[in-house]
Design a binder for this molecule. Sequence first.
Ligand code: MOS
Length: 765
Amino acid sequence: MTDLLYWLQGPVPETAPPKVEMPPWGETKVVGKPLPRVDAYERVSGSAVYPLDFALPDMLHAAILRCPRAHAVVKSVDTSAAEKMPGVRAVITGKTPGADIPWFRGRGKWFSKLFDERARYEGDEVAAVAAETRAQAYDALKAIKVEYEELAFVLDPREALESDAPLIHEGTNRYGDPADYARGDVAAGFAAADAVVEGTYSTACEIHSPMEVHGSVVKWDGNRLTVWDTTQGVFEVQEAVAQSLKLPLANVRVIGHYMGGGFGSKLEAGKYTVIAALLAKTTARPVKLFLSREEEFLASGNRPANTMTVKVGAKKDGTLTAIEFSSIGSGGAYPNGASTSFLATDLYTCPNVKARDENVAINAGRARAMRAPGFPQGAWALEQAMDALAIKLGMDPVALRLANVPKASQRRGNQPYTSTGLAECLRDGAKAFGWSEARKRPKGDGPVRKGVGVASALWGYGGGPPATVVVKLYADGSVNVNTGAADIGTGTKTVMAQVVAEELGVPVEKIQIEHADTGTTQYSGPSGGSKTVPSDMPAARAAAIEVRNKLLAGAAEDLKLPFEELRLEGPDVVSAKDPSKKVAVTAVKALERHQVLVGVGTRGPNVEGKVISMFATHFAEVEVNTRTGEVTVTRLLAAQDSARVMNRLTFECQVQGGLVMGLGLGRTEERVLDRQTGKMCNANWHDYKIPTALDVPAEQKVLSVDLVDTECNTAGAKGVGEPATIPTAAAIANAVHDAVGVRVHDSPITPPRLVALLSGRGKKG
Ligand code: MOS
């Protein structure tokens, strides 16, 4: 799995197996229910304090000067005028003592610095200012005089591999050798096929665009640093900041309570935090540094553009015989992942598979993990190819997929999945969508044609250790839950309260969550990879069971009954044999004596020899205006296999959001780089189009196939965040093909692109 999780570098840490028995849940009372979020009121009323809202007395405001060119040597930086500007308290550059800090590590070496003398994309950091107000800081940036020596730049990964391409790093523009994968004999597989399709597909670069821009507020207290950060993982930020500033981990406290979206772009520490810390040290004042929306587009990460060639062969009955897949993408100016081949090698049963991923440096903003990194791109290519293959075979696209549902992960040594809900997603989804009827319906004979499409996916990471959760039951029966995990907007706190409520019989309202603070909570990995529920909920369950056991042991003493005979029922501990024998939880003497009962739950290892994956199938209905090329998505349905649904409401919210992001990939989102200057043309929310309420179909349905999986973990839940967005765009493209008979190989499906195809000017397939 390390090929997927390039953002998780080094060995995966572990926690000890839990100390308590945790038989699989059967029927649950609280888990699974559509409970509103425990912090819904705070979030909606605006009383929740996000890092962007956070202010400290005496705080300065900082801003970063970024290189306006795609590729340049920073010859000199003159800060003298800026230092004299009103309100300015500090200006720093790479030459400032303590600011010579390496940055962007990959493949065992550092690729840049906090302020590099070589700027490799429009947005690279050159200097920073702290001033009394934000406006004064931005004014001062304009007074910094920088002398640049412009260098030739390259924006396209294929051009970056040409022999005369400008070099972005030493020696080569490749980030490592091409990553090759093979099993079986692809040539023999294609020779044995009755039908073969081949095509080249591309996806545009997408920007994460979280509502809350990236940034931190920092404060020194002697040699201790406190950081309020908008982050998916406080411990990742702690580690990077401590390393950069050469501080012990114990001296860096990172707090990340609320955060306004990240989608992967907030899995790691940003330069802004370290820059703010340097400015705060120099000025002996707290410093707030948040990116502007424009900087967010340039320098906070992206889902890289990929160009993928896919060839698929099958027998008349739909049995796949061979898949060949190659992809070239770019981690950007600094290394990050750009591989997209995983689905092609693992989603369907196929004995002969060959895949190659190439990752090339270009002079543009660096990629960062973005919701299911690599997978929506891979699905765009593979699932359109599967659609074309179905048409060639004269098969229904759902039937073709059903003919190739895997029971084992072929990419991972043929280990069986703990559960495979792909067939259920296809069948139940098709039924709920009205697939067969919609497919047979006339397309229309006016300018507007209707069509439907389908696409599937898996997400191959089911969480695991480390995670530790502490549960405290207080003397008055209220409960405190303590976890290092961030709630990135998915409802982590709510689901964890439900887990604890389930085991302790305490109403959710009596449970308070302390979370995401390296100073006061236990280690948990970053909230990403759809792993928070499967990683942290088992630990929460173990902690709650430990508290329950302590409570029941205390009640057993008080009632002089055997421990095994006792049950928790609402506010009481009751004898299962004789319900008249009971004691109120708050009257249990052990609780009175200790004032608080504590349970420490850990996440044990995953089941050996098996693979945990989530599956999904999305269905789309579109109307295509053949005169204007406009596509209206009229219906979407997502059938998801995440095994247990922990909260029907937050689950549905996750999937609805995933569908909208998929709609963005398919229909509207595209980073546009100017070939003349190398600058981003649409670094704003007016020109970079993310779907709005008007773009979202009126009918968007979420279906969980509700498989029982007792092996994936002790919560029985596999996670949902990422699989909810992987196949959407491909399903929309397939629906467009169904409506008008042209295949849009390149995302997004814009009116000009589609009009060109409809008039025969683009490539068809
Ligand atoms: Mo996700 S891209 O692992 O936040």
